[in-house]
Design a protein around this ligand. Structure first.
Ligand code: FEO
Length: 174
């Protein structure tokens, strides 16, 4: 095994956070779908796929360095939300928690002089900046366009293609 036991545990914890994020976004997507917010449902289902991808990146990394990736049990996410805006607030808060966890991991690599994991984590630092910016930009729309039914309808419709544009950007930097 080319990384420490502590680092293996910390990355397995991160696998669990990413899996929880994926699950939470599926739950939000499902709420959006049954509430009639089709654009947001599509956004959140794609977001869930992104999180699943993050989880797999960590899993492949652990297995690749000769450690064992543990597939976590996941807590049940919330199943209903107050409003469309609150789903994005929930998402932003989750992303901020994940960002902090990534920074904690980076700090650990510095203490352990684990250059391999340090280098592996750089992609996630950029990714988290993009994720937080994305959620903040969407939340700004609620302030700019207002919160009446027509404004929310327009925001929802505008979200149908947001994720695919972001994914194009990510593909370009891979
Ligand atoms: Fe994988 Fe959006 O944190």
């Amino acid at each position: 095994m080319r990384i420490s036991t502590e680092m293996t545990k910390a990355i397995n914890d991160q696998i669990s956070y990413e899996a929880s994020s994926a699950n939470a976004y599926i739950a939000i997507g499902s709420w959006c779908e049954r509430t009639g917010y089709d654009g947001s449902a599509s956004f959140f289902f794609e977001q869930a796929a992104e999180e699943n991808g993050h989880m797999l990146k960590f899993l492949h990394y652990l297995n690749g360095v000769g450690a064992e990736a543990i597939i976590p049990a996941i807590e049940k996410p919330p199943s209903s939300f107050e409003s469309l805006e609150s789903t994005f607030q929930f998402g932003l808060k989750g992303e901020q928690t994940v960002t902090k966890a990534i920074y904690d991991l980076v700090e650990m690599t510095e203490k352990e002089k684990d250059r391999s994991t340090y280098s592996f984590l750089q992609w996630f630092i950029i990714e988290q900046i993009e994720e937080e910016t994305l959620f903040q930009t969407i939340l700004q729309k609620f302030d700019l366009l207002g919160k009446d039914k027509l404004a929310i309808y327009q925001i929802d419709q505008s979200l149908a293609s947001v994720r695919s544009k972001v994914t194009d950007k990510q593909i370009n930097r891979q």
